[in-house]
Design a protein around this ligand. Structure first.
Ligand SMILES: Nc1ncnc2c1ncn2[C@@H]1O[C@H](COP(=O)(O)OP(=O)(O)O)[C@@H](O)[C@H]1O
Ligand SMILES: [Mg+2]
Length: 313
């Protein structure tokens, strides 16, 4: 069995009367990009701070690269780069000095720091801003600088708390490209967001957290495929008898459920586009007057949770 690189067992954090995170279990394997998705207040930052050795659990344990986040703090910090959701601005520091400061705090020699900083500035496309004051950078560049800071000690594991939030679309794309590049360098990445769409094209796995509970987690591609093969069709017809519609729809092998809401037939459908077109054709062949026939847009989050809970089969 492969040891997970990030392992959380029964993590619970209670603040006075509020349970911020409730018995959370999670395994993330080497090379995975795991997106933790959840609304504000769901418990994402609490979980990340626990992994980053900055917060003690009420109960539960976690290991990063095999090290216990409570008992082996130094080893964990060496193995992991943590980018918090908000960061202080270091006024009066130049871009390279900011990185040099953090690299020095990891005990990296002056000579090696020079090379590391050059490489990072190039990777994060900040080489041209090397001597600029940190506070002169745009929000997108500041975010990239913070990502550079989490990389100074070349950790195998990255924990990034909403790195794309508050960025304009272009800066978001840049951050995503960087994350892809970091993945191709073999890093294991845990990243959070409050929307799945923001992460859907960079993650290998996703999990949904709400009210401190992990609702569902799994392989993103497999789940997206499953969502695609479970469509909901909405059909409005004129004048057709209820029984006639039930028969027409019920005869189709891809129809798994039928209901009629306010004159609109709502059909659970497992077929592809071609099969959809055939269903429409079969209704018309029976002489049914179809006024409207369309596929309902699925909410990815909802569909994901239903599928992983086994509510849709
Ligand atoms: N230091 C704290 N003291 C009390 N409550 C907290 C503290 N930190 C977070 N919380 C509460 O814990 C819950 C989870 O917060 P957080 O982990 O920041 O969620 P997220 O990052 O998903 O938005 C929220 O209800 C938040 O108000
Ligand atoms: Mg947060």
């Amino acid at each position: 069995m492969i040891e997970p690189v990030i392992e959380i067992i029964g993590f619970t954090k209670i603040y006075e009367s509020l349970t911020a995170v409730d018995r959370l279990n999670l395994n993330i394997e080497e090379g995975d990009v795991f997106g933790l998705i959840g609304p504000n207040g769901a418990g994402k930052t609490t979980t990340f701070r626990f992994l980053a050795t900055l917060l003690l659990p009420t109960r539960g344990i976690a290991r990063i690269a095999g090290y216990d986040v409570v008992r082996q703090v130094r080893d964990v910090r060496r193995s992991m780069g943590y980018m918090p959701d908000s960061f202080g601005v270091y006024y009066g520091m130049r871009v390279w000095e900011f990185l040099d400061f953090f690299a020095a705090s990891y005990g990296i020699s002056r000579y090696r720091r020079r090379r590391i900083i050059d490489d990072l500035l190039e990777l994060l496309d900040l080489g041209h801003r090397r001597n600029d004051a940190v506070q002169a950078l745009s929000r997108g560049m500041t975010q990239r600088l913070c990502l550079a800071k989490t990389l100074v000690h070349d950790p195998p594991v990255l924990i990034l708390d909403e790195p794309a939030s508050g960025l304009d679309p272009r800066a978001r794309i840049e951050i995503k490209e960087l994350i892809r590049e970091l993945r191709s360098m073999g890093k294991t990445i845990l990243i959070s967001s409050h929307i799945l769409h923001e992460l859907a094209d960079i993650c290998t796995h996703v999990g949904f957290i709400e009210g401190g509970k992990l609702l569902a987690a799994g392989d993103l591609q497999r789940i997206l495929e499953e969502i695609r093969s479970h469509q909901i069709l909405e059909i409005r017809v004129i004048g057709a008898e209820r029984r006639e519609m039930e028969r027409a729809l019920g005869d189709n092998a891809d129809v798994t459920d039928i209901r009629c809401d306010n004159g609109v037939w709502v059909v659970d459908f497992t077929g592809d586009d071609e099969a959809q077109a055939q269903l429409l054709a079969s209704l018309l062949e029976r002489g049914i007057t179809v006024q409207e026939f369309h596929q309902r847009r699925v909410n990815l989050e909802e569909a994901f949770i239903k599928i992983t809970r086994g509510e849709v089969t």
